[in-house]
Design a protein around this ligand. Structure first.
Ligand code: HEC
Length: 493
């Protein structure tokens, strides 16, 4: 089970509440003495439709032959034609269906909750004012995209009232700091003392993949689950503002921090891989596609070279051979696959996990592929072979989420729901050290660039850094800024 990792959950609900509070306090309140502004279709009405109607009335589903994802289509209506009578909400079928208590209500009674009264009132007011489109907006414009463009990320809470789910960690090129995915930000921690030194605000609510380019710039793949996903490049060594002894960088607006926006899609980007020479980048996720970029001409000339659609479901992990020839992918469709980037074709499907494959890795020379998954196994196979397993290593007591290759030593690391990180010999899959200390599912793991340290990040916000040589803990801390970890006391009799 992939607990709460990609979906809405209690924690995210908590986060959403905080986010909406922040929005509430940030937004200038409408003064009741002034005449109310007319209702805006795109800012006020479209969000209500997106929330309550698009699940069935979009381009794909078109229930009742009704797609309402552009103003033009909304007005055209479905099998029964235009459901809007401008100026008259009481005669508009569109409004009637929202507020009726009869069986024919929208959303259908057995399929969802009624539209909240205050939201229905917005729709009524908009129809009353003429059901107009905002000036400057094209009637054909895709509303999902328009809403995405208008969306503004909240400022991360100063002190987290919840523990962050750690989905991604990366060591800085000097091996001294750990970058951790936070809530609409990246947090940077000093490994020596476990102290927060820097916060880099991001549009993405969560980071799922982090990779430093050879020039020290940081690539981040992430998004807001179910809403949007993106890959952006940051200079986290740019100058920020000091706030309570922590340097704060604005990676949302400051062009010195946010260097490049490679692409965005309509759902989270879950995995990221960059070749050691920094010339090839691959990122994939919930849209089942992996986008491959050529960065050999530098960031400014970054070009999308191909979009690989090789899986029937979400792409959960990806890896690139050092020469940029092979792209290895892990799928929720229970397979690992290899794509030849030069020939632009699928070469191997590895089906032996027979359950969700969460992660893949590749030996630098491309001679061996590795995959891990819900079957709790680490498996190796040949990227250029027939899709048959070469070796299988059991050892984890629960699902395995990630596998990575050490950049300097013949070693793999895996992270698991069994709360451990394990090290393995990359050639024989003989087990090495088992690293413990984390207290929940270990979703992510990373080696330091010098290959001497390994870090794991967990569902409960805890992060640990170990030495690979003897398995000793260098530092362990909770990577949720300001969060007070509650120690459970046994209930009194
Ligand atoms: C869970 C799916 C679902 C959701 C959510 C949903 N609808 Fe529908 N809608 C349908 C189906 C199915 C039909 C066609 C059958 C019917 O009329 O009952 C339909 C038909 C309609 C029609 C009639 C189209 C025509 O020309 O016949 C309108 C208008 C409509 N919906 C409006 C809405 C609005 C407004 C919302 C959001 C507040 C909404 N629907 C949410 C499933 C849905």
């Amino acid at each position: 089970m992939l607990r709460h990792r990609y979906c809405a959950c209690v924690l995210c609900a908590a986060a959403a509440v905080i986010a909406s509070y922040l929005v509430l306090f940030a937004a200038p309140q409408r003064a009741s003495a002034q005449p109310a502004k007319p209702v805006s279709f795109i800012n006020d009405v479209a969000p209500v439709l997106k929330e309550n109607c698009f699940a069935c009335h979009d381009t794909r589903k078109k229930s009742g032959k009704y797609d309402m994802t552009s103003y033009e289509k909304l007005k055209a209506g479905g099998v029964n034609g235009d459901p809007l009578v401008p100026g008259k909400p009481e005669s508009s079928e569109f409004h009637a269906l929202i507020v009726t208590t009869e069986q024919r209500r929208m959303p259908p009674r057995d399929k969802g909750e009624a539209v909240p009264k205050d939201k229905a009132a917005i729709v009524a007011q908009w129809i009353k004012e003429g059901a107009k489109l905002d000036a400057g907006l094209d009637a054909k414009a895709d509303l999902v995209k328009e809403l995405r463009v208008r969306w503004k990320p909240p400022v991360p809470p100063k002190a987290y009232p919840f523990a962050i789910i750690v989905n991604a960690v990366a060591f800085t090129p000097d091996n001294k700091f750990l970058v951790v995915g936070g809530h609409h930000e990246l947090t940077v921690w000093d490994i020596a003392d476990g102290k927060l030194v820097k916060r880099v605000y991001t549009r993405a609510e969560r980071a799922y993949g982090l990779a430093f380019l050879p020039d020290g710039k940081l690539v981040v793949a992430g998004g807001r689950p179910g809403q949007e996903g993106d890959v952006r490049v940051y200079d986290i060594s740019a100058k920020g503002k000091a706030e309570d002894g922590v340097e704060v960088l604005d990676g949302v607006n400051d062009k010195k921090v946010l260097l490049k926006h490679l692409f965005d899609v309509e759902d989270a980007v879950l995995c990221l891989a960059v070749t050691p020479d920094g010339k090839t980048l691959a990122a994939g996720g919930c849209d089942r596609a992996v986008r491959v970029f050529d960065l050999s001409g530098g960031l400014d000339k970054a070009t999308l070279t191909q979009t690989v659609e090789n899986h029937a479901d979400w792409v959960l992990g990806c890896a690139l051979s050092a020469d940029g020839k092979y792209l290895l992918t892990a799928g929720r469709d229970k397979t690992a696959k290899v794509w030849d980037l030069k020939e632009k074709q699928s070469v191997v499907t590895f089906p032996e996990h027979q359950n969700i494959v969460y992660g893949v890795a590749v030996k630098a020379d491309g001679s061996a592929g590795y995959s891990v998954g819900a079957d709790k196994q680490l498996r190796t196979w040949k990227p250029g072979g027939e899709g048959k397993g070469v070796k299988t290593a059991a050892g984890h007591g629960d699902e395995v989420f990630k596998v990575i290759a050490n950049p300097k030593q013949p070693m793999l690391a895996t992270s698991s729901a069994d709360r451990t990180v394990k090290l393995w010999n990359i050639d024989t899959l003989a087990p090495g050290k088992s690293l413990s200390g984390l207290t929940d599912y270990v979703y992510t793991v990373a080696f330091s660039p010098d290959g001497e340290l390994v870090a794991g990040g967990s569902y409960d916000g805890s992060v640990a850094v170990w030495k690979v040589s003897d398995g000793s803990t260098v530092k362990a801390f909770n990577a949720s800024p300001g969060f007070v970890v509650k120690v459970e006391t046994p209930p009194k009799k």
